[in-house]
Structures are given as C-alpha cells and as structure tokens.
Write a protein that binds this ligand. Structure first.
Ligand code: NI
Length: 167
C-alpha cells in the first residue's frame, strides 16, 4: 500500500503509460468492437474508464475538471487516447497539489465501508486495469495486435524467437 504520495504517483504514471500504449494502438474501426451483440463497445469501455478518472477523484475530495463531452463516446480513437493522456496527467497534478502523505492514511466511506485514501487511490488504478484487460481481448477480436501490457503478446514471443511461449 502507498505510504507516500510519491509512491502512488510512481505507480500511477507507470500504469498510465501502459494504458496509453493500449489506447494508442486503437483504430477508429476497432472502437465499434462489441463484447457481444447489443453489448458495450470497445470505445464505450475505453471512454468509461477515461472519463471516470475525474469523476472518481472528485467524489473522494480531489478537485478536478470533468472530461468535456463525457456523455458522448468519441468515434475517434485519437480523441480517446488524447483525453486519457490529459486526464491522467491532470490527476497526477491534482493529487500532488491537494493531498499530502498524511492524507493517504485518512479514511472515508467508500463502496459501503471505511477505506484509507491510499486504498481509494489504489481502487482507481484497479478500475482502469480491470477495463484495460477487457480491452485487450476486444482488440484481439477486432483483428489488431494488443500491446503486451505485463508481458509479450503472442506475436512478440515469436519475434523474440520463442516458438512455444509459456501459457
Ligand atoms: Ni467500470
């Protein structure tokens, strides 16, 4: 668990960089990929976890501007990727400026229980990581090669000269 704001920011920036790579690999066409017929689209999921950043933080007392045009899922992959970049950087600044190391051990009501602000911040990362995992499957289904978030993708193993990658 994060003891200092610096600890959190380090993890936040690393995960944001990985998420950015996934989003930068999207095409406009891929945004229409659905989980199942009538299900959510890849674009909607990406837009959800992106616009959720300021909503989540504001809810827990970090002041941040909401995303413009939050209710309309963009048809441009670049717009989603650019918005994620902007909001993840603004979140970093807002937390650095508004919270101290002491804030992290303070508690507040979250999800029906008492959580420390450190747990709440971790919850925001988990939310993005959860949906990012969904995206990598949909990216595959859309016929694109997903970015290897925590390790090489199938194609990258082959490029590394490994014919039978570990499961
Ligand atoms: Ni969600």
């Amino acid at each position: 668990m994060y003891v200092t704001v610096t600890d959190f920011i380090k993890e936040w920036n690393r995960e944001a960089m990985l998420t950015q790579k996934v989003l930068d690999g999207l095409t406009d066409d891929s945004l229409k990929q659905q989980v199942y017929p009538e299900g959510r689209t890849l674009g909607r999921i990406a837009w959800h976890f992106t616009t959720n950043i300021p909503d989540y933080l504001s809810h827990f007392g970090v002041r941040m501007q909401r995303a413009e045009n939050e209710e309309n899922v963009p048809s441009s992959a670049k717009e989603i990727a650019d918005t994620f970049k902007k909001l993840s950087e603004e979140a970093e600044l807002a937390i650095e400026q508004q919270w101290t190391d002491d804030s992290l051990s303070q508690t507040q009501k979250a999800f029906g229980r008492e959580e420390t602000n450190a747990q709440i911040l971790m919850g925001l990362i988990k939310h993005i990581v959860h949906h990012r995992g969904q995206l990598t499957i949909l990216i595959r289904q859309a016929g694109l090669k997903p970015f290897g978030v925590y390790g090489p993708s199938k194609e990258d193993w082959v490029n590394l000269g490994v014919a039978n990658p570990p499961q």
